[in-house]
Structure formats: C-alpha cells, structure tokens
Design a protein around this ligand. Structure first.
Ligand SMILES: *Cc1c(COP(=O)(O)O)cnc(C)c1O
Ligand code: SF4
Length: 342
C-alpha cells in the first residue's frame, strides 16, 4: 500500500495506518525523516531548518499523505511545513495578539467574552499548523487545564462566575487527551450548574481522523449538549477517513460546525472555498466562521486583505446555498466578540 503520495513512498500495514497511536508515534518532526519522505529542493530544506529552531514542526504521516506536490506551494505542505516568512515580523503583529496570557484569571482558562470561556487543555497537536495564532505556546502553556490542580481552580472559578454559560474546550488539541482524562474534564464541567453548552474545538478530523474512535464519540455524547467545532481549510482535508470520523460524530447526535482560516495560496480561491463549504454541508457540518488570519507574529505570508476576503464571500453568495456560507470574521484585541467583516 502506498501511503505517501509524495515522490518517495513508504509502505505501512493498513491496521497500523488506521491506528491513531501509530500515527502519533510516527509523527514527522525532524528534517531527516521529512527528507526520507519528500524530495525537496535544497533551498527549501535550508529554509525549514532555519525556521525549525524557532517554531518546531510536526506532521502526522496521514496529513503528509494528503499533499500532492513536494513543494511549499502545495496547500497541504504550505499549512504544515516551516517557511521563511515565519521569521519575519511586521507592525501590528504580536506573539500573543489577543493578550490571552493577561485574560487568564486561572491557569488554563481564557476569558475574553462575557458569557463564554475557553480552556487550553493540550499542546499535542499532531500537525503544527504554521498559521496558528497560539504558536508561541506550542511548547508550554497550552496544557494547563488538563492538570488536576488547575482543573479544580477552573471549576471553582466557573462555579463562582455563573454568567459564563458556555465553555470552549480548546488547545492545542483537546482530543489528544486520553479518553479518561477528557471524560473527567467533561464530567466536571457538566456538574457546574450554570454551564449550558460545552464546545470542543478540534482540528483532528482534518489532521488525525483516526483518533475519532467509537469509544471516544460515545463518551463525548454522554456529556451533551456538546458541539464539536472542526477546523478544515482545504477540500483535500475531506478524505474518506475524515468524512467517516465526522459521520460518527454526527450520527451520535453531536452537532458539528467548522471553522476555516482564510490563507493566502491555500484557500483564497472561490472554487476551493465553494468546494470546501458545499462538501462540508453534505457532511451535515455547517460552515461557521471563515476567519481572517490573525495577526500573530510570523504569519504575514498567509494574510490576504479584508477586501479580498469580502470579495470571495460575495462571489460565493452569488453561486451557492446560503447554508454553505460562513460568517467572514476577524478577532480583535479587546472587542466584545469576533467582528464580522462581511
Ligand atoms: C473565539 C472565542 C470564543 C468563541 O467566540 P464565538 O463567536 O462564540 O464563536 C470564546 N472565547 C475565546 C477566548 C475565543 O477566542
Ligand atoms: S491544531 Fe489548532 S492549536 Fe494546533 S497548531 Fe493547528 S491551529 Fe494551532
């Protein structure tokens, strides 16, 4: 079986490939391994090496296999391989663009909006997305809410703050927690009387759909109402495995929406976005937000102008179902909510 559709192929047993722990163990995190899988121009290798000292890279064999071209212009590789642009910084950018570190009343909980709070639970993203606005924290403070002592403080805070009625379980990657640890977190949240809705934000349906096991889905469904927010940026991410993972979730009665980040040379294209959003809709997943790429340091090469984003949305409106159109929005420091740009 050929698993890597790049020009160097690796043969792996199907059972291993379908096992998320195998995928995690075989995450590609060093340049030598990457070069074994992918033939790249020397210039690209040097670029990756340099950026890697500041921002590490990690990619699951599964996600790497979605790439079509061994080049940084491939929409999959562009999202997961370091690029020189990450070492540049521009006015208006910041390592912590939304001052999350200051808006954390207890470790692991970020509160920027009145009625909802966000928990950072786990830094183990199987794919480190180059556009991530939390890339500053990959190595450290994304894991806080999973620590038992912190969880106690978070639950105490939520019990004392009844205006918070929704908790977003985020990361990093919350679904990389072991089932029991996630179950403990969800059951503790469920017992806070003022918490009406739990939202789990995950990129795994795109980057490691093997993790969405029947046991995990069953467990999550017991703590409903829970909404799952996936993060899909390109139709190449909607594979059979990804579709099957989402199907399981939806069939278990867990509603799903999806967020997309508008990324230059990845998805800033009418046909690509239309395909992504209409396919999501067929999967019973409502496209929720199209985010303007956040002003995190080292992400300028991904940003397009708001005018371009608006134009893309206008074109989509003229050609497809309103249900398939997400809200184009930006996140702004100190705003009371996400800001629609449409
Ligand atoms: C984006 C975000 C939310 C959720 O905002 P919605 O508009 O409800 O999706 C909540 N808390 C934080 C800290 C966020 O960044
Ligand atoms: S999965 Fe989310 S938190 Fe993790 S690197 Fe990607 S965008 Fe960042």
């Amino acid at each position: 079986m050929i698993n890597l559709r790049s020009n160097k192929t690796v043969r792996v047993a199907q059972a291993d490939w379908d096992d998320w722990r195998w995928q995690q163990r075989h995450s590609i995190t060093d340049l030598q391994e990457l070069q074994r899988r992918l033939t790249m121009p020397v210039a690209t290798v040097a670029e990756i090496e340099k950026v890697n000292t500041r921002y590490p890279f990690s990619v699951s064999p599964y996600y790497l296999s979605l790439a079509r071209q061994p080049s940084l212009t491939d929409p999959i590789l562009r999202q997961c391989l370091p690029a020189a642009g990450e070492l540049q910084s521009f006015p208006g950018e910041s390592a912590d663009p939304f001052a999350e570190l200051k808006k954390s009343p207890v470790p692991g909980l970020i509160r920027r909006y009145r009625d909802r709070a966000l928990l950072t639970t786990n830094g183990l993203c199987p794919v480190l997305c180059r556009h991530c606005f939390r890339k500053r924290g990959w190595k450290y403070h994304l894991t806080d809410a999973a620590h038992p002592a912190n969880l106690e403080r978070i639950i105490t805070y939520l019990n004392k703050t009844p205006e918070i009625r929704e908790v977003l379980v985020s990361g990093g990657e919350p679904l990389m927690l072991e089932d029991e640890i996630l179950a403990r977190l969800l059951s503790r949240l469920r017992r806070v009387p003022s918490i009406e809705v739990i939202r789990i934000a995950t990129r795994l349906p795109a980057t490691l759909p093997q993790r969405i096991t029947p046991e995990l889905v069953r467990m999550i469904a017991t703590y409903g109402p829970i909404w799952i927010v996936a993060h899909f940026n390109h139709p190449l991410e909607l594979t059979d495995a990804g579709i099957q993972a989402c199907n399981q979730i939806v069939e278990a009665g867990i509603p799903m929406v999806s967020q997309t980040v508008l990324l230059q040379s990845v998805n800033d294209n009418e046909a690509v976005l239309r395909q992504l959003f209409t396919r999501l809709l067929s999967m019973r997943i409502k496209p929720y937000y199209l985010f303007h790429c956040d002003p995190a340091t080292g992400t300028m090469h991904f940003r397009v102008t708001p005018e371009r984003g608006r134009k893309l949305i206008r074109k989509l409106r003229a050609t497809t179902s309103g249900l398939a159109i997400p809200t184009y929005a930006a996140d702004r420091l100190d705003a009371p909510s996400k800001i629609p740009l449409g």
